[in-house]
Design a protein around this ligand. Structure first.
Ligand SMILES: N[C@@H](CCC(=O)N[C@@H](CS)C(=O)NCC(=O)O)C(=O)O
Length: 226
């Protein structure tokens, strides 16, 4: 299995967690998004959407983090990352989709780049944009967790599911941008439990071989110096 990865990619981070939970090793191919390596011909041929992550397995090329994780779930069912009961499976998928489809697309690097370069948004404007969508998304997720009897140490019950593989990277990102996480105690308790597991801890950007201090809100502007 070949996995096209970049330490800073939130979507790739989800897949790294799933691979670790399933104990799968991959040949990691680093595609440096900051250096625009996803916009070179060989990568565009691999993924015309010009996005990470990509998994290659068994002659297949799979794009999109959730379909990749669902593929791993079908190909390598143990340990299960989806609950057995179909209503619970639907809930886990809907929680994951709330992050992957509703939150993350509003915050990506290309969106921030467009806001800065095409709309003329300042760093402050972009910070405000980011915080607004993080707060809208996380408060909805907190509500989903609080409302549900099945919420346990993890988003669903007492073992990690696909919901956790999406939640942890999204909160990592929010913390990286200095968002106030105090309104989300249930989320933060789950995240702490997850990060106590090697599968999650080993997937963090800082532990990746290509890690370097991250860029900030506007590409080219480092937040680490702040
Ligand atoms: N829905 C996609 C999102 C993929 C995505 O946003 N990838 C980002 C990195 S996290 C990317 O490759 N961005 C390239 C760019 O912004 O130009 C997934 O879940 O895989």
């Amino acid at each position: 299995m070949k996995f096209y990865d970049f330490y800073m990619s939130n979507a790739a981070y989800r897949v790294r967690i799933a691979l670790n939970l399933k104990g799968l090793s991959v040949e990691q191919v680093i595609v440096d998004l900051v250096a625009d390596e996803h916009r070179v011909p060989w990568f565009e041929e691999l993924n015309p959407q010009r996005m990470l992550p990509i998994l290659e397995d068994d002659g297949l090329t799979i794009a999109q983090s959730l379909p990749i994780i669902e593929y791993l779930e079908e190909a390598y069912p143990e340990p299960a990352l989806l609950p057995a009961e179909r209503g619970s499976r639907a809930w886990v998928r809907s929680f994951a989709q709330s992050i992957v489809s509703d939150m993350h697309p509003l915050m990506g690097r290309r969106v921030r780049r467009y806001l800065a370069n095409q709309i003329g948004a300042t760093a402050e404007d972009i910070d405000g944009w980011y915080r607004n969508w993080i707060a809208a998304g996380l408060s909805g997720l907190e509500g989903m967790l609080v409302a549900r009897a099945e919420t346990g140490q993890f988003c669903h019950g007492e073992t990690p599911t696909i919901a956790d593989t999406c939640l942890v990277p999204q909160t990592y990102n929010a913390q990286r941008f200095g968002c106030d996480m105090s309104p989300y105690p249930t989320i933060m308790s789950i995240v702490e439990t997850c990060n106590g597991l090697p599968a999650f801890a080993d997937a963090v950007p800082e532990k990746q071989p290509d890690w370097k201090p991250m860029e900030g809100v506007i590409p080219g502007q480092s937040r680490e110096s702040k």
